[in-house]
Design a protein around this ligand. Sequence first.
Ligand SMILES: Cc1cc2nc3c(=O)[nH]c(=O)nc-3n(C[C@H](O)[C@H](O)[C@H](O)COP(=O)(O)OP(=O)(O)OC[C@H]3O[C@@H](n4cnc5c(N)ncnc54)[C@H](O)[C@@H]3O)c2cc1C
Length: 415
Amino acid sequence: MSSLPSSVDVAIIGAGAAGLGAANALKNSGLSTILLEARDRVGGRAYTIRAAPDVVFDVGCGWLHSADKNSFVAIAEQLNFEVDKALPPWRERAYGKAFPQDLRDEYMRALDAFYERAYEAAQKGEDAPADRYLEPGNRWNPMIDAISTYINGSELDRVSILDMEAYEDTNINWRVRRGYGALIAAYGASCPLALNCAVTRIDHSGKRVRIETSQGMLEADKVIVTVPTNLIADEAIRFFPALPEKVDAARRLPLGLADKVTLALAEPEALPKEGSLRGATMRTEMGTYHLRPFGQPCIEGFFGGRFAKALEDAGDGAIAAAAIDEIVSFLGSDFRRKLKPLTESRWAHDPFARGSYSHALPGHADKRAVLAAPVDDRLFFAGEATSPNFFSTAHGARDSGERAADEVLASQISR
Ligand SMILES: Cc1cc2nc3c(=O)[nH]c(=O)nc-3n(C[C@H](O)[C@H](O)[C@H](O)COP(=O)(O)OP(=O)(O)OC[C@H]3O[C@@H](n4cnc5c(N)ncnc54)[C@H](O)[C@@H]3O)c2cc1C
């Protein structure tokens, strides 16, 4: 780790997947670079921890989505991280009696019909809130909305139909055995970096860009900004002169909320490895549970949207408590003694994330391109929210960082 230099060619703000993508792409460019990272670690919303001696837990991203088009797959191979290609249990599996096959079939038909209506509507090119394409009165609507809180971090009423359709889902999702966060940290291991270095102001009024940080000032010719949209929207970093178009775009691409919990599971053999547990509860306020991921003695819970926010606001431990109550309601009271909270995320309360992943508000699918556009060939923007087709993902973030690095290099040549 290097301390803060007074001057670099390119400063990259944020050492998440996007910042690391940019830094890696500039490695052999001859330009001096530094990643300025507010946290005491790299990875941002990618973060693997050992929640217990026998439980590896990704607090943020866990799935290599659209794995056949995911640039982290090749990186994992290069860095000797084993990729688990078993497909997720979300669609086909549901353990126990909580969600029997006949109801699941009915629900899947309703879900697929909703996606079909949304797809047809998006083909006409007019934007609308996605909840408009729910069938009025359909009994599965609350659960379809719950799925949106997992995918978009938000209920459908705040999701743009055009943005939803722009996402490129190949339905192939893989995992990294040692953790996606661990892979992304390893990917960034050799990049020049200043940790505990929060950027507060970017002054681009002069010949060089002046960057104010919690560790003092530095100057750069070019800056790549990769912080989450909610920090730009809240003006946690101020630009001088101000960039109202960027702030507006960031506000229209808010981070929704998804939170995860891992619970230690005693007597794990009683439950299947890689199982899925959900209840046909007809509520949007529901968790979804992954039983024994990688065969580990734990259950991972996933919560999204307003429900996740309410649980976070209720205080530490509320997500684990809700998860245990719900699992007990499905599997019986014996499970209360078998389950112990290990770790839960609080992404909305994380000062350097302020949410989980971005979605476009209805009418604003175009704002991803607005946010991504360079300013004066000196300020460049990356981060998952700027990806045209893989927004909300770690590989989309990484690819956007590489794109911003290419823009920096192109701007050098055209000077
Ligand atoms: C619960 C959860 C589950 C997810 N699941 C998946 C999944 O399965 N698959 C998937 O692909 N994606 C998933 N994601 C999304 C994925 O983690 C993100 O899209 C991706 O990691 C974002 O990378 P980024 O570089 O754009 O942003 P970040 O990772 O947020 O990086 C930005 C960096 O900027 C830093 N920063 C912020 N403010 C400042 C400042 N003022 N000065 C300096 N530095 C600053 C932050 O600390 C951070 O390190 C999930 C996210 C969450 C929260």
